[in-house]
Design a protein around this ligand. Structure first.
Ligand code: ATP
Length: 304
């Protein structure tokens, strides 16, 4: 049996560049893992089959659960006939743009690679992660990383973003597919945009580029859930007033977050958000090294 943390991500920036020939979107995003996490337990069974148990009412307990999918994909790949029981203690808001399902899937891949002694490592698991979902490969690396193509081509950055993150959950799940449908309806290619590249190559060093980062999905998410508009104005107002150097929607929402240098100001922001009636989680940016250690990923097995 093994019990592992399964961390959430935020997108520090997200650009939609266009629709690819395969129908997926060409993205450029800056991923960041945060300390908010689920717990995933894996128990090996002699009898074949994968079971999954999660008490959260919005999370399926069948083969459509991304954690179960990950176990099935890996078992097929490795020719394993024995089974595995997965339990998930869910803390990451579901359908909130924090990648909870994708993270659970990657954690299962990493955990079973270890339990089954497959020694596939990140390189070996990457193609399997891709089959499960576009956000899954990032969770094999964690930390601060650039995501290109469908968001599944991952480049961990040498300079990792530090800071305290206040995550605000407006408790209104938003469907990622619905947000992308809205994007498609009005997409004009933005090939000339290079905010994220500029940020990665230069501004991260000086810490100056954060205000330039944006999320192209934000306006479409707010069209999808117009009742969130007022909430977002309030949340953003509090985060910026308290000194967040970045305050944006994560992924397709509806979770909003602020990144702070000063943990005390982050606490003040969290308290103000709670007074205003929001659910706010106080956490910290988790670097690639911290992520690797928490998930017990061996450095030798990893792409540079
Ligand atoms: P995405 O942008 O990939 O949709 P998200 O963070 O917005 O990610 P998730 O919390 O991953 O959303 O959940 C998205 C959907 O996936 C939910 O509707 C949920 O029913 C389903 N799902 C399947 N497996 C899981 C899992 N292990 N944890 C959470 N949700 C899961």
């Amino acid at each position: 049996m093994i019990r592992l943390p399964s961390y959430a991500k935020v997108n520090l920036g997200l650009e939609v560049l266009g629709v690819r020939e395969d129908g997926y979107h060409e993205l450029r995003t800056l991923f960041q893992t945060i300390s908010l996490h689920d717990d995933v337990s894996l128990t090996l069974r002699r009898a074949p089959g994968v079971t999954v148990a999660c008490a959260h009412p919005a999370v399926p307990n069948d083969a459509s659960n991304l954690a179960a999918k990950a176990a099935l994909v890996l078992a097929r790949h490795a020719g394993r006939r024995d089974g595995v029981a997965i339990t998930i203690e869910k803390r990451i808001p579901v359908a909130g743009g924090l990648g909870g399902g994708s993270s659970n899937a990657a954690t299962v891949l990493l955990g079973l690679d270890r339990l089954w002694k497959l020694k596939l490592g990140i390189d070996g698991l990457h193609p399997l992660a891709r089959q499960i979902g576009a956000d899954v490969p990032f969770f094999l690396y964690g930390g601060t990383a650039l995501g290109l193509a469908r968001g599944d081509e991952i480049y961990p950055l040498r300079r990792q973003v530090r800071g305290t993150v206040v995550v605000v959950d407006p408790r209104r799940p938003v469907s990622t597919a619905a947000v992308f449908r809205r994007i498609d309806a009005r997409l004009t290619p933005r090939e000339n945009s290079n905010t994220i590249f500029r940020f990665v190559s230069r501004d991260l060093e000086a810490d100056a580029g954060f205000p330039a980062l944006t999320n192209d999905l934000e306006s479409a998410a707010l069209e999808e859930a117009p009742e969130l508009r007022d909430a977002v104005v309030k949340i953003r107002g509090i985060l910026v007033r308290e000194g967040a150097k970045l305050a944006v929607l994560s992924g397709s929402g509806s979770t909003y977050f602020g990144l702070f240098d000063d943990p005390r100001r982050a606490r003040t922001a969290g308290a103000a958000l709670r007074v205003a009636g929001f659910t706010a989680h106080h956490c910290r940016a988790l670097s690639h090294d911290q992520y690797r250690k928490a998930l017990r990923i061996r450095p030798g097995l990893q792409r540079g």
